[in-house]
Design a protein around this ligand. Sequence first.
Ligand code: BDP
Length: 611
Amino acid sequence: MLYPQTNSCRSVLSLDGNWRFRIKEDRESYDPKDPLDHWLSVAVPASFNDQVADPAIRNHVGYFYYQRDFTLPKTLADQDIFLRFGSATHQAWVYVNGQEVAHHRGGFTPFECKITDAVSFTKPNRLTVLLSNILDHTTLPVGHYREEKDDQGKIHRDLDENFDFFNYAGLNRSIVIYTSSKAACLSDLTILPELNDSLDQAKVSFDVTIDSQAKEDLSYQVKIYDQAEKLVAVGAANESKFYLDQPHLWQPLNAYLYTAQVDLYREGELLDTYSQEFGIRKVEVKDGQFLINQEPFYFKGCGKHEDSYAHGRGYDPVYNVLDINLLKSMGANSIRTSHYPYSEEMMRLCDREGIVVIDETTGVGIMSSFGFNMSNFDPKTYRDDTFQELDTQAAHEQVIRELIQRDKNHACVVMWSLANEAATFNPEAHDYFAPLFDLARSLDPQKRPLTMINILLSTPETDQCSDLVDVICLNRYYGWYTQTANFDLAEDLSLKELQDWQALYPDKPIMYTEYGVDTVAGLHAIERQPFTEEFQWDYYVMMSRVFDQVDNFVGEQLWNFADFQTKVGVQRVQGNKKGIFNRAREPKMVVRFLKDRWQKIPNLNYKIKTN
Ligand code: BDP
């Protein structure tokens, strides 16, 4: 699926703005071609939850409607018309003038449909979307969901999210209508840049997918421009392989993007055109190192959330730019899209800014007994019934397909994360995950490394799935959830565990993808007090000492970039406060320490092996 673009053959019309919104009653009969009655205004793109100033609607579990009308200019009447959602969280049924045109499950990936036959050019069209924010044992993320019908037939719904972020929902990303030629159009483009061993020649291959009833006489032509807009390659008809000598490489924090333009013709007539940026770089895992363009890369950065005041999980271009600039100003070079695919616009920004991305699916909550604090569970013996209780395999396959399909061309994506903190300490975990790793490997044209983020209960002794991953990614909370405030012990144990992993898998790089402590901005103490800014500072100083002692340790991505909203719980103070910035992106004290550390650590060749 292509990202929408206006050019000489295509038009994009935005449907962002204020929509009509209301909760769906259980027993109502409403025809989606009719105007919604008693509605509220909500802005799109954004989650509805924090816009409405009504606690009952904010916390609603179940179904709800979004609606708006749109008029199409007659000048587009000879074109095919598509409707495209950047996302709809978590499940959506889409109606145009009362006719169902699309249904999609999964709240973080785009979907589109052709609506040429459903729209009118002579009167306004009505777009109604029925959504559900229900998550259960078949969905990703996973939720514990119960419903009960009372004597009056009213359904009472209860959703306990099996993850640590607020279940923001609605039309979180942009909705557009786009048009293309009825005769034929480009419907997908895969660009595969491959570098030779001396990095002085790139083979760039194109796989062009065309949507047309009649494929005869169609041909395409590819042109490649460099960043200075100079034409560096022109293909003959249907030529799909190009060799670029001395290519400019895409490097961490030093991005270089080429632009490919694909023109589609029938007998000399231009039917469609599409331009796509791409970067040329090589990613490999070798001898316990993570190589970008054949040099060992060191990840410095954070796990994040798409989370901001009022917008909820809604696409926010300003926060995206600010967040990347804050990270860059600290010397950070990477993020993980914890715990779901981020907006397409964020991925494009990371390409442009040279931010290295670990791209994560919605595979979060795949541990049926997950809770905020698992410090009482003994990792040596702890097992649960995750793989008997949950039924997420189909949703997992779907999100892997949709994520790789969407992000396959991004230079910034260097690794896919198939899940966060799944119950990989259970013996059944391997059978669940092995086919998913096979699927991801078969789908990715670039064959990027794969990982899965490991929970503290999955130790070198108990984890069942580390043979599947290319990089061992650990979420660890020594000194916080375990050994609370005992930093001496935390330091010893975390170092010992890293050494154990390294001994077990000497060829696999290891990194932390989460470590952190809740810190309420403005709290201070002389003694070691959890939640104070001094505690957070001392914790990061201690953990950094550990990281520098392990040869195969290739990266530190802390938890979390900024404070974020969660479900309520006695362990959460108006959300998760592990941010190094507060939710408004004001820095906590520790940003100074991290900035000093990260600015001194080079992106490449930081770890010199001592053995
Ligand atoms: C891990 C999760 C993350 C949580 C974090 C925490 O991966 O989503 O927010 O711990 O407890 O379990 O802060």
